[in-house]
Design a binder for this molecule. Structure first.
Ligand SMILES: Nc1ncnc2c1ncn2[C@@H]1O[C@@H]2COP(=O)(O)O[C@H]3[C@@H](O)[C@H](n4cnc5c(N)ncnc54)O[C@@H]3COP(=O)(O)O[C@H]2[C@H]1O
Ligand SMILES: Nc1ncnc2c1ncn2[C@@H]1O[C@@H]2COP(=O)(O)O[C@H]3[C@@H](O)[C@H](n4cnc5c(N)ncnc54)O[C@@H]3COP(=O)(O)O[C@H]2[C@H]1O
Lengths: 141, 141
């Protein structure tokens, strides 16, 4: 494949589908989110609402940062903080019809990208790992 | 540049030098490590000893996992746990003289790679971000 064809390939086959993506729901507590992140082992995951629309990203660090008191970490506050108040609502997104080139441009600054369809429904994620595997395959051919 | 030349390029210019890399020291408490990770914003960082030798990697998740009690998160234990006991001692490493191809192969499964010299001294890290920027440049030329 030429580089031109490679960059214009659709992303659809490379997406990790939503049912395989760990996430939290709007309204969940920071304590619940901490448990999900710890058990799944991911450092950052999407926040969805009840209609499976993408609302933000939540990381371990946003949680610990929210409870860093003046002289001690205020862990007792975790069950009173909602993910809504600490998540990053500015999410790097792709549309399911976007091409590989757009994914490549965005992953320079994001470990993974959220993918939505034309109804803004969350359909999955594109990770740096998957993109790097494709780049390696292309370069070695 | 041909793909062959690109893959055989030395990694030296692409390394983030050790003085720019956030890290913790062997013997530090999990509480101290949690503060470093929260303040620097990195999800995983190297653990070094007093001679700047690489000892392991430490992530937020290793910390929270270590205090997940049966019915509540045991935050009070944080100052009694040492990074030595919870870090991942199996670190993906490069030698400063390695070529880009080896870095590309390893970052498929690691967000960053630690780089050491022939004395096993930690000299810096190679990140997926830097590698992706190089791949993008190569593909667009
Ligand atoms: N359980 C596991 N098994 C094998 N390798 C694992 C792993 N957990 C993490 N890794 C490795 O560590 C990299 C960084 O993971 P991190 O959780 O910081 O960062 C992840 C996480 O924030 C998110 N992510 C990936 N898969 C996810 C999923 N199924 N659900 C939710 N978020 C996911 O995308 C980021 C980049 O993922 P990527 O695969 O490129 O890169 C992953 C992968 O290479
Ligand atoms: N302060 C910041 N400013 C701008 N962008 C930021 C940032 N912190 C994180 N990012 C972005 O998020 C990605 C994942 O960061 P993470 O901390 O999970 O994962 C990081 C972290 O574990 C480690 N790392 C990177 N730079 C580091 C440093 N100076 N010291 C210690 N560890 C570092 O290497 C991993 C991959 O880094 P990479 O640059 O490829 O990918 C970074 C970068 O694209």
């Amino acid at each position: 494949t030429s580089s031109r064809e490679f960059l214009e390939a659709p992303i659809a086959d490379l997406i990790i589908p939503s049912d395989k993506v760990a996430h939290v729901q709007l309204g969940n507590s920071a304590e619940h989110a901490l448990l999900v992140l710890t058990k799944t082992g991911y450092s950052s995951i999407p926040v969805l609402d009840m209609d499976y629309r993408l609302q933000g990203l939540l990381s371990m660090r946003m949680i610990t940062e929210s409870i860093l008191g003046l002289d001690h970490i205020e862990f007792e506050k975790l069950d009173t903080i909602k993910v809504n108040d600490i998540m990053d609502a500015d999410v790097a997104m792709l549309n399911i019809n976007d091409k590989f080139q757009k994914a490549l441009d965005l992953v320079i600054n994001h470990a993974f990208l959220c993918v939505v369809d034309d109804d803004s429904t969350f359909v999955g994620i594109m990770t740096r790992r998957v993109i790097l595997k494709q780049l390696k395959k292309h370069i070695y051919q």
